[in-house]
Ligand binder design. Structure first.
Ligand code: 3H9
Length: 644
């Protein structure tokens, strides 16, 4: 079956593209569109062409799967130009999303109409590239330089209404898009045609505008947004053809750069992780209400995430005071969401009214899901689940948020293991995207599928993890910290290690991050393991904690902190405490320090993969990117070190 079908409604042709799942502009689609333009242009019986799409969306862009291969004609910029040059006006009828090359095709059309639920955007920078088929050249001509800079450099799609206001689309319609497009076409044909997009004038901007735009774009931490600003400037200062040539050259250069390959890797990894193959066709258990046990920072964060996703939430604490504190925390989180524009005042009020806190386990009895987020103590957790199992129906999914304990031990002996699962959120849980989903041997596919579905509802990135100490993320973190300590023992200054990782793209180095989170938690875990008879060598961190240095909260950890100041200062006291373990001095270059640390993470990742704890190396990359601030532009430790 052809990817493009054409039918007539009197003197108007409707060309419908059908290339599931998202009508991406594969070679076949480009060729079919090219042939259609030629055919319809030559047909005197056709006065206008409506370009529509079948399925869930208009064209979502170039086919990203083709990006690893040499480009083949007809090239997209030529196709957009051919549509624009057509004697017969084309009208793009947009539903779903018109993204990247899809929007570029629409901008080549003489008119664009969009369904009110549609979105349009140029997300290319998210893939490490810039729009390569006139996106940087035609957008300023339609919406002005300022709005074009925002659209192209942010990569964020905008609503149909906003696009209409900005001049990017000509009309927004409700109801049946094709019928509305026919009405629009007939009325458009009664008036003189507007100029083609490439014929429109664009107002130049002062130097300062472009300098500010480049400065803002550079904050993204990778080169595509900055290069996009350069192309947009060219589009407003040079001729259309010169600007097109510059855009094409920049696009091709970026497309073959390692950064784009890494971001493409992340793009496909993010689409594969939420849909594991072994759960295909499994009907997830329903989750329409949720409970959280424990209203500390983690439990409150989880409750916030559940509430923001529209689920009625009940939070259980051990005392009335604890329950009130939990409520205050969660309401504070909702206030934060209101301040950041994530919810409006009415929704904030509704969330506040809907939130329930309790000290009575029977209030959780009708929940479809209960997440436990109490202290990391096996007996405490086992007791919570024993009480939950007695109070809740046997269909309630019971989830533990443990980060280090073995879920098999937590749930051992409990009736109905099929509904038990690990859901490892990352703090703050209403902000961090990662959730490790940890099934037990007896977890049913329906429970596991429900966990994935829940993550989709919460806007989280789910990654399936097997059971081991620290699952995927914290196991790699442990290895990373151990390697950082090994560098210090070798004589690399603590501040150099941190600077190296910041230079690599992490927000903080390993030691600064520990000072922020506190050194005592990991030290307590190591002590507990020692008490349980495990052979855990004394770390440098243990020496600091033994000396009362727990991090920022004790005004000293790996660094010193002045009163009321979070700036890390190298510490003479730390040098003294660690002197017996540090051998000599090292001036290892920062790139080598970073390479060694990333390699250690990737080697641990390899072990995790070989043990089946992670299903795919790309999942490990997602864990690091979404849970630990690993720079996205590198593709994650596995991709970066050539292990994916
Ligand atoms: C571009 O256009 C460059 C041009 O400027 C210049 C060229 C010269 N290609 O996200 P979903 C697949 S760059 C190939 O789960 P949703 C995806 O992998 C492009 N495949 O669906 C998945 O496959 P599978 C700029 C693509 O409904 C399936 O479609 N465009 C592409 O949640 C469903 O995806 C973008 O960056 C693609 N372009 O969301 C748009 N897009 O089923 C990226 C998706 O085998 N796409 N797939 O796992 C999106 O943002 C979302 O897919 C969309 C639908 C919002 C459209």
């Amino acid at each position: 079956m052809s990817v493009l079908t054409i039918r007539r409604e009197g003197d108007i042709a409707i060309a419908t593209l059908d290339n599931p799942p998202v009508n991406a502009l594969s070679l076949e689609v480009r060729q079919a569109l090219w042939d259609a333009v030629e055919e319809l242009d030559a047909d005197p019986g056709v006065r206008a062409v409506i370009l529509a799409c079948a399925g869930r969306t208009f064209i979502a862009g170039a086919d990203v799967k083709e990006f690893g291969k040499p480009p083949e004609p007809p090239h997209l910029p030529d196709l957009v130009a051919r549509i624009e040059a057509s004697e017969t006006p084309w009208i793009a009828a947009i539903h779903g999303s018109a993204l990247g090359g899809g929007l570029e095709i629409a901008m080549g059309c003489r008119f664009r109409i969009a369904h009110e639920s549609a979105k349009v955007g140029l997300p290319e920078v998210n893939l490490g590239i810039i729009p390569g088929a006139s996106g940087t050249v035609r957008t300023p001509r339609l919406m002005g330089a300022k709005a074009a800079v925002e659209l192209v450099t942010s990569g964020r799609p905008i609503s149909a209404a906003k696009a209409e206001k900005a001049g990017l689309v000509d009309a927004v319609v409700a109801g049946d898009l094709e019928e509305e497009a026919l009405v629009f076409a007939r009325s458009a044909l009664e008036r003189p045609l507007p100029p083609r997009t490439s014929e429109r004038q664009v107002e130049p901007q002062p130097d300062s505008f472009w300098q500010d735009a480049a400065k803002t774009a550079s904050k993204a931490g990778h080169q595509a947004p900055v290069r996009a600003v350069d192309c947009l400037r060219r589009a407003t200062e040079a001729s259309f053809d010169e600007a097109m040539a510059h855009e094409r050259e920049t696009f091709l250069e970026l497309r073959s750069a390692p950064e784009a390959a890494a971001l493409r890797h992340v793009f496909f990894a993010e689409r594969a992780a939420p849909r594991p193959a072994h759960l295909k066709g499994v009907e997830p258990s329903d989750i329409a209400s949720a409970g959280v046990v424990g209203g500390g920072t983690m439990g409150a964060g989880i409750a916030t995430a559940l509430g923001l996703a529209g689920l009625p939430v009940t939070v259980m604490e051990t005392s009335d005071e604890g329950a009130e504190r939990a409520k205050t925390r969660i309401l504070g989180n909702f206030d934060g969401a209101l301040k950041r524009g994530k919810i409006d005042a009415a929704e904030r009020e509704r969330l506040g009214d809907a939130l329930k806190v309790t000290t009575d386990v029977s209030d959780l009895s009708s929940c479809d899901l209960v997440v436990e987020a109490v202290f990391e103590d096996l007996e405490v957790k086992r007791d919570v689940f024993a009480r939950l199992a007695a109070a809740c129906g046997d269909r309630t999914i019971l989830a533990t948020n443990t980060s280090y304990l073995d879920p098999r031990e937590i749930f051992a002996g409990l009736e109905g293991q099929g509904r038990c699962i690990g859901l490892h959120f990352f703090s703050p849980a209403h902000v961090m995207k990662l959730v490790e989903i940890v099934p037990l041997p007896g977890t049913t596919p329906e429970t596991e599928a429900a966990a994935f579905k829940l993550c989709a509802r919460l806007g989280k990135m789910p990654v399936r993890a097997g059971i081991c100490d620290g699952f995927i993320g914290n196991r790699i973190l442990k290895r990373y910290r151990a390697e950082a300590e090994a560098l210090v023992e070798q004589g690399v200054p603590i501040a150099e290690v941190d600077a190296a990782m910041r230079g690599f793209g992490m927000k903080m180095g390993p030691f600064e991050a520990q000072d922020l989170g506190g050194l005592d938690i990991a030290a307590a875990q190591r002590n507990a393991a020692r008490e349980a008879g495990e052979d855990v060598p004394e770390t440098l961190g243990d020496l600091l904690v033994a000396a009362g240095r727990k991090g920022q909260k004790s005004r000293g950890g790996w660094y010193d902190y002045a009163e009321g100041d979070r700036t890390p200062q190298p510490s003479g006291k730390v040098s003294e405490l660690l002197s017996s373990r540090v051998r000599g001095t090292s001036d290892l270059p920062r790139e080598d320090i970073a390479a060694r640390l990333v390699d250690a993470m990737a080697r641990e990742g390899e072990a995790i993969l070989s043990e089946g704890i992670a299903s795919r190396s790309a999942d490990i990359d997602l864990v690091e990117i979404h849970g630990y601030g690993f720079p996205r532009r590198t593709g994650g430790p596995m991709h970066h070190s050539g292990r994916s």
